[in-house]
Design a protein around this ligand. Structure first.
Ligand code: COA
Length: 259
């Protein structure tokens, strides 16, 4: 099966649905339209018996630069049914193995979505970053719960409050990714692992995933609900507007006038 939209491309082979983010001219930044397409694809894949594993990846050298900052400035997602919130809910509830292969930058939601994945492979040049605070925002996708659970408060606070990028080896050390591979062989390796998973008995795989996630299911939903509520307020805050405008104007932000 092959399906293509402008910025999202899918292909299914041997039970593995490969979903590619393809907007390299904007470093694969995600627009509302792209979130909507991804949510539809994931929803269909969840109910499609021929899809046993989903593998998400970007372009060589870029996974995704996160949410499109122009859209955040000009058309922020304020409603519950906004495509980004639908995307996050479908991602969170996906009943089959969800895999990601990351090369280059994985910014914002590009990193937080990995906290929900089952298997994650990173290229040596992968760079992970949660720049929410520097953008005047706050954590999303339940990262305020899942990141400290993974790394402890001190390291989570450093990653979230300072928002500095970190590399593939550190991501491997903290358990965000399963393995680090040469960038060139990354996708082939991820596909190999995906095919192995697709050959496993599917009902046992789905049940085991559900059991692995069970202790956190309700907590994740509650964290996302609170984060979404706060995130929407932050999106239209003067701090965020200054940060988005500065990025788009290619200048450093100035937060000196805020208290
Ligand atoms: N939203 C909108 N446009 C983006 C974008 C984003 N999140 N990330 C990159 N772009 C655009 C740039 O504006 C630039 O567009 P232009 O060529 O029209 O000027 C183009 O993509 C290339 O980006 P550039 O910054 O020149 O690439 P780089 O290789 O130097 O850096 C990143 C790559 C991802 C590190 C950097 O672009 C970045 O930090 N992006 C913002 C990430 C972010 O804050 N995301 C939001 C998280 S909530």
């Amino acid at each position: 099966m092959n399906a293509a939209t402008a910025h999202i491309v899918t292909e299914r082979l041997q039970g593995v649905l490969r979903v590619e983010i393809r907007r390299p001219e904007k470093k694969n930044a995600l627009t509302a339209a792209m979130y909507g397409q991804l949510a539809d694809i994931f929803q269909d894949a969840a109910g499609d018996k021929d899809t046993r594993v989903l593998l998400l990846h970007g372009q060589p050298g870029v996974f995704t630069a996160g949410n499109d900052l122009g859209e955040f400035l000009n058309d922020p997602p304020m409603n519950e049914d906004a495509p980004v919130f639908r995307f996050l809910a479908v991602f969170r509830d996906f009943p089959k193995p969800f895999m990601a292969a990351v090369t280059g930058p994985a910014v914002g939601i590009g990193t937080t979505m990995l906290l929900h994945c089952d298997l994650v492979y990173a290229g040596e040049g992968a760079r992970f970053q949660l720049p929410f605070v520097g953008l005047g925002l706050c954590p999303e996708a339940a990262s305020s719960l899942l990141l400290p659970a993974l790394v402890g408060h001190a390291r989570a606070a450093e990653i979230i409050l300072l928002g500095e990028p970190f590399g593939a080896q550190q991501a491997r050390e903290i358990g965000l990714v399963n393995a680090v591979l040469p960038d060139a062989g990354l996708l082939d390796h991820a596909l190999l692992q995906a095919r192995k998973l697709a050959a496993q008995p599917p009902a046992a795989v789905r049940l085991s995933k559900q059991l692995l996630k069970r202790s956190q299911t309700a907590l994740i939903a509650a964290a996302m609900e609170e984060e979404d509520r706060q995130f929407k307020v932050r999106l239209v805050s003067p701090e965020a507007k200054e940060a988005f405008g500065a990025f788009l104007d290619k200048r450093p932000p100035d937060f000196s006038q805020f208290s």
